[in-house]
Design a binder for this molecule. Structure first.
Ligand SMILES: *[C@@H]1O[C@H](CO)[C@@H](O)[C@H](O)[C@H]1NC(C)=O
Length: 214
């Protein structure tokens, strides 16, 4: 009896929890598959009857079978991003650039606590840049350029101390460009071609909450 209990505790429970995370991650990826049009069938191998998404094309996993990369740049995908992507806790690279994605950037992407690179450039994304992205403390590359994003540049993003590359050019952002924190290292090149975006912010002279957003 005691041995049976121990067997449950030390063998079955860990097994169960590892398949549960594989299912959660597989479900999140499958939600993306369902939300996009995929004329070139690049997501054909994303089969929910296979428990482990690590066998799917364009998905990379670590040794614990947790998803670390999604490589879907230039894949002719259209349709929407899904909030479920925020459940991929070990995702480091989210590469969805040069597709025809529409709709907004889900605020839930702020839950991708391992994320190093968020590449959504050259799509047709609308809506605002979620301030929740400021939770991505490992983020080094944030490329949202060439979309149709509106609203302000969230000042919270200046907290991203590891950010090396920021590109929000070619959108329809408004307000002023924050210049504090990690933003001190970015030049105007990161922000060009946002006709309603003013700045850089002149500390003490131009208030953050004015300029071009009315
Ligand atoms: C965005 O939409 C416009 C017009 O609806 C279209 O011409 C353009 O090709 C789209 N761009 C991308 C990257 O999908």
């Amino acid at each position: 009896m005691a041995i049976w209990v121990l067997f449950h505790l030390f063998v079955l429970l860990p097994l169960l929890s590892s398949t549960t995370s594989a299912n959660t991650e597989g479900d999140a990826l499958y939600a993306l598959r369902r939300a996009v049009n995929d004329p070139e069938n690049v997501l054909q191998s994303w089969d929910p009857t296979l428990v482990d998404p690590c066998t799917w094309f364009h998905v990379t996993c670590d040794s614990d079978n947790r998803v670390t990369r999604l490589d879907l740049g230039n894949a002719k995908l259209s349709g929407n991003l899904v909030p479920q992507l925020g459940k991929l806790e070990r995702l480091q690279y989210l590469e969805l650039y040069m597709n025809s994605l529409v709709g907004s950037v889900p605020a839930e992407l702020g839950g991708l606590k391992s994320l190093v690179s968020l590449d959504l450039y050259h799509n047709n994304l609308t809506g605002t840049i979620p301030p929740s992205l400021s939770k991505l403390s490992n983020l080094r590359f944030l490329r949202l350029n060439s979309n149709k994003l509106t609203g302000r540049m969230p000042r919270e993003l200046t907290k991203l101390g590891n950010l090396k590359i920021l590109d929000v050019s070619n959108n329809d952002l408004c307000g002023t460009i924050p210049t504090s924190g990690s933003f001190t290292k970015f030049t105007e090149e990161s922000f060009v071609n946002n006709p309603r975006l003013e700045g850089p912010e002149l500390m003490g002279f131009v208030r953050y909450d004015i300029g071009g957003c009315k």
